[in-house]
Design a protein around this ligand. Structure first.
Ligand code: PBG
Length: 327
């Protein structure tokens, strides 16, 4: 055996391991998704996402400030409206719950954090789809784009720094970019959910937004079997003006994330979704996994695969752990 055949040499002490560690997970790289429930007077727990709540306006402001103090890089806001209709009117209403929440957070936090908003209709439609339906019952791509354009402008007006296009309609980034520019919001950016799979991992999220969806999203979200079309979606979103691109979910698609990160010309985000959260929480609650070690390992793996930033329901908690470990 040659001396160079001993990779364990660099693992011998904590100081050596720290010196040669390649991948960082820093608080500023974590983005906290948050839910605001219309009419709520106190936080409402989400059964399938233990530890995550539907916020009231007051609790949202408070939790947002705490997350920013913990060092997170940004916040992604979802609205849970009281009423739903076929076209998702609450999404374009200036007084719709998501826009109200954005104004609250912008008033509270100004430019101290990066405020992001979900620009998608599923929270607001009575059928639960991400767009409006055509006569054939299918989601009508181009009719949906017209609603997204108005929705994005309202979110920009309400204080979003980045509008998150998560609906997987063709052309959504280009149409929204044009609408924002025309309305005077050339400085509002687009976080493009470029690569989004039709995943079982969104199950608990449906609980979180009390979605009415029956059926599935397979006519607009991607087939988990396909990697190639991820690069096609990426190229389209870059050409249409995406400022940040995202791959979602994260853990089951680390190969896709890596492929996207290798060629993207803009920062890459990954979304550790509700099902990824729920799996770990359930196993940890049973004593089957070490909760903190598992969470930090998963976040490290997503960063190692190439994500510049990670949307995670653990953002604030993980940020506190990372800071404490740094001392
Ligand atoms: C669509 C949207 C979804 C999620 C974020 N934005 C649901 C879906 O596409 O079905 C899922 C996030 C998660 O599961 O944590 N507005």
């Amino acid at each position: 055996m040659f001396p160079t055949d001993r990779p364990r040499r660099l693992r011998r002490t904590a100081a050596l391991r720290r010196l040669v560690s390649e991948t960082t997970v820093l608080p500023r790289q974590l983005i906290l998704p948050m839910f605001l429930k219309e009419g709520a007077t106190e936080p409402v727990p989400i059964a399938s996402m233990p530890g995550v709540v539907q916020h009231s306006r007051d609790s949202l402001r408070k939790a947002a400030v705490e997350a920013v103090q913990a060092g997170v890089g940004g916040l992604m806001l979802y609205g849970v409206p009281l009423t739903h209709d076929a076209v998702g009117s609450g999404a374009t209403d200036p007084d719709g719950i998501l826009n109200v929440g954005l104004r609250d957070l912008r008033a509270e936090l100004g430019d101290d954090t990066v405020l992001m908003s979900d620009c998608c209709l599923d929270e607001f439609t009575d059928h639960g789809h991400c767009g409006v339906l055509g006569d054939n019952g299918m989601v009508d791509n181009d009719a949906t784009l017209r609603v997204y354009a108005d929705m994005a402008v309202e979110q920009a007006r309400s204080g979003a720094h980045l509008v998150g296009t998560s609906g997987m309609m063709d052309g959504q980034v280009g149409v929204i970019r044009e609408a924002l520019d025309e309305a005077g919001y050339a400085d509002t950016g687009i976080l493009a959910y470029s690569v989004k799979y039709a995943s079982a991992m969104y199950g608990p999220f449906r609980d979180a937004i009390q979605s009415q969806l029956t059926g599935d999203r397979k006519t607009y979200q991607q087939d988990p079997a396909n990697a190639r079309e991820a690069l096609r979606e990426l190229a389209l979103d870059l050409a249409e003006g995406a400022d940040v691109v995202m791959v979602k979910p994260a853990l089951p698609y680390l190969d896709v994330l890596r492929a996207v990160a290798e060629v993207s010309e803009v920062p890459v985000a990954a979304y550790q979704v509700s099902g990824e959260y729920a799996m770990v929480e359930a196993a940890a609650a049973n004593g089957w996994l070490d909760r903190q070690r598992t969470i930090l390992e998963l976040l490290t793996s997503i960063r190692r695969a190439g994500a510049d930033m990670v949307l995670t329901y653990w953002a604030a908690e993980a940020a506190r752990w990372i800071r404490a470990a740094d001392r």
